[in-house]
Design a protein around this ligand. Sequence first.
Ligand SMILES: *Cc1c(COP(=O)(O)O)cnc(C)c1O
Length: 355
Amino acid sequence: MPYMLNNKLKDLQPYDPIAGNYSIRLDANESFLELPMELLEKAQYSMADVAFNRYPDPYATELCESFGAYYGVDPALVTAGNGSDEWLFIIATSFLMRGDKLLTVEPDFSMYRFYGSLAEAESVVYKKKEDLSIDVDDLIVQVRESGAKVVLFSNPCNPTSLGLRREEVRKLITSVSALVVLDEAYMDFWDQSLLGEVAQYDNLIILRTCSKAFGMAAIRLGFAVANPTLTRTLRAVKSPYNVNAITQKMGALVMRSPELLHRALDEIILSRKALQAGLKDLETRYPEQMYVYDSCTNFVLVRMPRAKEIFEGLLSKGIAVRFMGDTLRITAGSEEENAQLLKNLESLVSSSTNP
Ligand SMILES: *Cc1c(COP(=O)(O)O)cnc(C)c1O
């Protein structure tokens, strides 16, 4: 008998980001800013302090202290990971037993259900309303009635760019006995984080990442923040040396430069506002062609009846955005990138025959 892959593996395909040479990349929600020269210079010096022949600190102590200082949370509640992707994998495969229910919302980050399927969890999906908002009371009913063990969603949401306010997330956490995993990947761009009160809940894990607002997708660094009991479990279940020494150094260095981070953040938010205003202006002129959602992140979601055709039109001009069904998700770029995007979008939208 030939070797046979099991059912959960046999149809899997490797992750396939947009391949090819696009001069403008607005498809992955990365920061368009490079790290300031000042930090890069410091980084070179601190590389000399890395003990390359030794395993790294398994608890990334210095790094977690820098995270704690930046956000004003107790570092004892913080555990570093190899991107928040690693946390999603660890949490799904260890907090869920086979057949347990994982509740996700739709639309949301597509990786959640993938990790649930590796855990052989059963998927339960809350469908967002027509306007892509979440009715927390409905969500709570669904969590309770389904008996879900874990509820996992992003806030603010990728791809909708809409967010739930603190009171609503609190209500969810305190109304269910499921573990709530709150992915705050984009919360640096908004002000409704629950980081400051994470210790008060016995069923909350908050995920944060350095891949978006901090402009360090390359170093693969994310954090899980939770009460001491959950933190002990997270530390016990992760692989011992999950965050390499170079990433630990670099992350700590950047988080100890809050002025530089805040300046970058302001710049990204300005860019997103400009992009959104430009898109809204197009919407006013071509209302049958597009609808622009509100945004509290570094990207904007646009509903377009001709999304696929317009996505391909942009690609042919060297501009990559994210195509998702009848919407395009567009990351805020530099002034020049936004201008190119808007110019090309306008020419595609105005050259339309009706959908
Ligand atoms: C980008 C993103 C992440 C970040 O993942 P990393 O592994 O830390 O790069 C996590 N969650 C959501 C919703 C994201 O959009």
